[in-house]
Write a protein that binds this ligand. Structure first.
Ligand code: GZL
Length: 325
């Protein structure tokens, strides 16, 4: 009797432990434990950001990754809170899209102490110790600024009074796009940025700042072009230029970055002129790096870049048809 009882307990223990373990962790990955990854996202300030979030979530679902998603509403303190929560949950890895460059070292030291790898995506962090992150997946923002300036110098023959709608102050995308654009126009003595102010990467703020630029520059007569660090602010500028009685894309040229669906509609309507593409598909390379690291690889590069083209009115209608939601 005792032997049967002992066998029953043994089977129950193994069966329960096995099924319990599988029930807890097997997300249809043939018994492999599903990765749990925390993703701290900046917010949803632009349609590019929304596409980026959707792309990361879709990629996680495709891979059977349990993604813990946090939207920080563009506040660094919310991102730091989310990262600490991921550490407390004991996630397998953390992905961070940092809103600004500074202020990250303390929480990254906590993640390192917990043995949790961190992948930076999109904008950068200013760190003096590259052991605090596994890798960064990003576009070359300086080159994006160069591409925008090259297009504008080509379109205007190098003579242009430019107003600049900057992105979020302190964000790598704003700092580097500005640098790349200035580097190119510095070779053109008759091309100059006559006004520059942050539009915070949003359509509403971009419109507000453009209204001020128009008022300050003879209703826009003195403005040849708008250089906007993202498409959202460019679309805001379109509204302001129209309300001032001018034709955006003709009286005032507009070049921006992101290549979101709405900018292709605007270019097809003749309201803007060019956009530099920024791929939102950074989830794949981020998850590849995490899976490689967790399987023992240690030769992962510290920077993995994504590239994009320059799109103009010529192909806007067909591109919009392909990209519109
Ligand atoms: C750049 C990214 C920027 C986008 C904006 O990689 O950080 O933030 O260009 C977004 O649309 O707000």
């Amino acid at each position: 009797m005792r032997i049967i009882y002992l066998l029953a307990c043994l089977l129950a223990f193994v069966g329960c432990g096995e099924s319990g373990k599988q029930a807890d962790h097997d997300h249809g990955n043939q018994g492999k434990k599903a990765l749990v990854i925390g993703f701290s996202q900046v917010g949803s300030e632009s349609s590019w950001r929304t596409s980026f979030s959707e792309s990361v979530k879709a990629e996680a679902a495709r891979r059977g990754i349990d993604l813990k998603f946090s939207d920080a509403q563009q506040k660094q303190e919310n991102q730091i809170k989310a990262i600490r929560s991921f550490i407390a949950q004991g996630v397998d890895a953390i992905v961070v899209a940092p809103v600004v460059e500074t202020g990250w070292k303390p929480v990254l030291v906590e993640a390192k102490r917990a043995g949790i790898p961190v992948v930076i995506v999109d904008r950068n962090m200013a760190l003096d110790d590259d052991s605090l992150f596994l890798t960064r997946i990003a576009s070359d923002f300086v080159e994006e600024g160069r591409k925008a300036a090259r297009w504008l110098m080509e379109a205007t023959g190098g003579t242009c009074n430019i107003v600049e709608l900057q992105g979020t102050v302190g964000a790598t995308a704003a700092i580097d796009r500005m640098a790349g654009f200035k580097e190119v126009i510095s070779a053109y003595p008759d091309a100059k940025i006559i006004r520059s102010q942050t539009g915070e990467f949003t359509r509403s703020k971009g419109k507000e700042v453009m209204e001020a630029f128009l008022k300050a520059e003879q209703g826009g007569k003195n403005i040849c072009a708008v250089w906007a660090h993202n498409d959202e602010m460019a679309l805001g500028a379109v509204l302001a230029i129209k309300e001032a009685g001018l034709n955006p894309g003709k009286d005032i040229l507009i070049v921006s970055v992101d290549a979101v669906p709405d900018i292709f509609k605007a270019m097809a309507d003749g309201d803007t002129n060019a956009t530099v593409e920024l791929s939102p598909h950074m989830g794949g390379p981020a998850f590849d790096a995490i899976e490689a690291y967790l399987s023992g690889k240690r030769d992962i590069p510290k920077l993995i870049t994504v590239d994009g083209g320059v799109y103009t009115q010529e192909t806007a209608a067909e591109e919009y048809a392909k990209r519109k939601k």
